[in-house]
Design a binder for this molecule. Structure first.
Ligand code: PGA
Length: 299
């Protein structure tokens, strides 16, 4: 049986409309062109597909059978097209990702692993604080965001994937270094450096001390994790930071984590995008990659 997809498409339109004229309109073809395609198809299958009774045409039994098959073929073609589109996106896609500044300490390693698996995906990484990530989501300027749990009311979809423990850090010579189970209240005798307004770490710190009813003295405001770390090392006060930011300083002994009652404060990193957003293939692949249990490590 030698039939073409075009013949099947034209036949399906006539079968759906039970009219050569309406099928021709739907397909933007002339009526004789439609009749010719149907005639050729009837020749190919050696059977009539329509019969005319009065002014109306009807499907013959062979026509009804072929209509079922042409539906299946059309569905399969549409499916093949979407699978191939998906593949194209994965091979030459884009990933626009924005991460809260604190997440920037572990995300590049994950992006490197992702990039090895999907070398065709071009990645743009944007780093800002929590407030900045929310603004980008609200304004639909990014595909995917990595941040602490987002607040309600922004119409976002968020899934946790990794712990984010916050710890108190001191310079190595500080009197509290090495002390076991330091009472939380003892911290009110210390000065704390704080991140800038809009930082998720700062919001979590303020909430924690407020809920614990411990008053702390805040000293200098430092506009990034790096600035807080440098200032703590310089002796300007204690810091409260995500452990994710400290790998190098802890290894080199430049900062020490204090063993304070109630710490670490355990927050979680979330992968976030606008609710109902149709993620491009690159962003979808990254989301799946990140939520794969094999990548949900935390050291
Ligand atoms: P930030 O981080 O302190 O760098 O803003 C993270 C967050 O969203 O909690």
């Amino acid at each position: 049986m030698r039939v073409t997809l075009r013949q099947l498409e034209v036949f399906a339109a006539v079968a759906r409309n039970l009219s050569y004229t309406r099928a021709a309109e739907a397909l933007h073809l002339s009526q004789p062109a439609v009749s010719m395609q149907v005639r050729q198809l009837e020749e190919a299958v050696s059977m009539p597909l329509f019969e005319q009774l009065g002014k109306k045409i009807y499907l013959t039994e062979a026509g009804r059978e072929l209509q079922n098959y042409s539906r299946i073929i059309a569905q399969q073609l549409a499916e093949a097209e979407s699978v191939l589109d998906e593949l194209k996106g994965i091979q030459r896609g884009h990933l626009n990702i924005t991460v809260a500044s604190t997440a920037n300490y572990f995300i590049p390693a994950l992006l490197a692993a992702f990039s090895t698996r999907y070398p065709g995906i071009k990645i743009s990484l944007n780093v800002t604080n929590r407030q900045g990530t929310l603004k980008q989501l609200d304004e639909n300027e990014t595909d995917i965001v990595i941040m602490g749990k987002p607040p309600d009311g922004h119409d976002l979809e968020a899934q946790p994937f990794r712990e984010n423990p916050l710890v108190v850090v001191a310079p190595p010579g500080h009197a509290l270094v090495g002390r076991k189970r330091i009472p939380l209240k003892r911290l009110s005798e210390e000065t704390f450096l704080v991140r800038e307004t809009g930082s998720g770490t700062r919001i979590a710190m303020e909430r924690f001390f407020r809920e614990a009813k411990v008053e702390i003295t805040t000293g200098m405001e430092a506009g990034s994790n790096e600035a807080v770390k440098q200032s703590v090392q310089a002796g300007l006060g204690l810091g409260l930071l995500s452990r994710d930011t400290l790998a190098m300083e802890l290894k080199l002994g430049q900062l020490k984590i204090l063993d304070v009652e109630g710490f670490p404060i355990v927050r979680h990193w979330h992968i976030v995008h606008r609710k109902g957003k149709r993620l491009a293939a690159g962003a979808r692949a990254f989301k799946e990659f990140l939520l794969d249990p094999a990548h949900q490590w935390s050291e």
